[in-house]
Design a protein around this ligand. Structure first.
Ligand SMILES: [Zn+2]
Ligand SMILES: [Zn+2]
Length: 164
């Protein structure tokens, strides 16, 4: 049997999180219920309980990635997806520096949830055609002329009027 140390890495992870936060003095880190980047205020929110787990560190590095790339606002869903991809790439770079191993499957799953979200939002509720976005709130179908509104928040589930 391979002698794997399955000891609790909690304190190690929290130490690492402190180190990471100190390395970005230009950013403000605030405790919150979830991880996010607030471009205008240069604030990264984080969840301490989740930082005890390695995935919390990944999330922290991901939000720092957004900050490094100066991601602020986005005007379309596609742009948001690109930002997500880029932020994970940045997270990959910095993870190496801290000896953190980012799990590719985890990242792909995270990106897939954005892709699914995008797919639902961009599919015409009338004719199921995949459509392009008109502006931050509106999609219009090139096939049947239908248009529908989407909410701004990426944390919200894509509710929309679906005329069946
Ligand atoms: Zn992100
Ligand atoms: Zn349509």
């Amino acid at each position: 049997m391979v002698a794997m140390t399955t000891q609790n890495n909690t304190s190690l992870n929290l130490q690492l999180s402190d180190t990471i936060q100190r390395d970005f003095p230009e950013l403000k880190f605030e405790e919150a219920s979830q991880f996010s980047w607030h471009g205008g205020k240069h604030v990264i929110s984080y969840n301490t309980a989740q930082l005890k787990d390695e995935r919390g560190l990944w999330a922290l590095l991901h939000e720092i990635g957004h900050a490094q790339l100066k991601h602020a606002d986005y005007t379309s869903d596609i742009e948001l997806l690109h930002m997500e991809v880029e932020a994970w790439e940045k997270a990959h770079e910095s993870a190496k520096k801290y000896g953190i191993h980012l799990d590719d499957t985890y990242i792909e799953d995270a990106l897939d949830s954005y892709r699914d979200w995008l797919h639902i939002r961009s599919t015409c509720p009338t004719c199921q055609e995949r459509c392009t976005q008109q502006d931050a709130h509106t999609y219009r179908c090139h096939n049947c002329g239908n248009s529908w509104r989407v909410t701004r928040s990426r944390h919200c589930r894509p509710y929309r009027k679906n005329k069946k």
